[in-house]
Design a protein around this ligand. Structure first.
Ligand SMILES: C[S@@+](CC[C@H](N)C(=O)[O-])C[C@H]1O[C@@H](n2cnc3c(N)ncnc32)[C@H](O)[C@@H]1O
Length: 225
């Protein structure tokens, strides 16, 4: 979390996802299209881990009638979201804090992009349940984050692929090596099977994988009707 409260690091945030997340632009487009499947044109969308404002901007530009609540514990990242949104901020309420203190909704859809891998499994289950509670019956949740096999050899292979993508995007090799050491030691990453099972345990149904970009995976699931 310290990265997200460091003003210099936050100022450079927007460069990160494009260089580090394979198909980041496509991920945002697919998330928008998946929301559109069921969020009405005047719907309201909950965005967890909204710091930086990249997906808020994308969604707001795609659907001029949608309104948003963006939740994030980092004041610095929310400041960046304000700047990213500019005049679009008028349709977004930014909430500094965790999901348990977020407005109750109910929301027509929710997203959580590049965020759940920071949250340990037990807390992640509570986070998913809190998202579920804030959705209308039948509404979608779309998530994407690091998720790869946890057996040592496979884990090392996927982290190497993450580093190779970063280096191919212009990240110095030594920085990419340091990043994968930090991910390996510090991030509570789950296997894709455990991630999907956690969504089911939280009460979601119809869990479908829609995105796989090397170490990152994305799912759509729905609160049952
Ligand atoms: C890598 S950024 C992703 C931001 C944005 N979703 C995107 O795709 O560009 C991760 C964000 O998650 C936030 N975060 C960390 N722990 C969180 C938690 N428990 N609940 C909600 N957000 C959290 C961080 O402050 C940061 O803004």
């Amino acid at each position: 979390m310290s990265f997200f409260s460091d003003p210099d690091a936050v100022a450079r945030y927007a460069e990160g996802p494009v260089r580090l997340v394979p198909g980041f632009e496509g991920l945002q487009r697919m998330t928008t299209l998946l929301l559109r499947e069921s969020v009405p044109t005047t719907g309201n969308v909950l965005v967890l881990g909204a710091g930086g404002g990249l997906e808020l901007k994308r969604f707001a530009e795609a659907e001029p009638g949608w309104r948003f609540v963006g939740v994030d514990p980092s004041a610095e990242m929310l400041k960046l979201a304000q700047a990213t949104l500019g005049p679009l901020l008028e349709r977004a309420q930014l909430h500094e804090g965790y999901i348990d203190t977020a407005p109750a909704g109910p929301f027509d859809g929710a997203t959580c992009l590049l965020t759940l891998h920071f949250i340990p499994a037990e807390e992640r289950l509570q986070t998913l349940k809190a998202l579920w509670q804030r959705l209308r019956p039948g509404a979608p949740l779309i998530v994407a984050h690091h998720s790869f096999p946890q057996a040592p050899e496979e884990k090392a292979r996927w982290l190497k692929r993450y580093a190779a993508f970063a280096v191919d995007s212009g990240v110095p090799a030594a920085d990419a090596e340091r990043a994968i050491a930090a991910i390996s030691e510090k991030l509570p990453v789950l296997s894709p099977e455990a991630d999907a099972a956690l969504l089911v345990e939280a009460g979601f149904e119809g869990v479908e994988l829609f995105y796989a970009g090397f170490s990152f995976k994305g799912w759509i699931a729905h609160r049952p009707l």
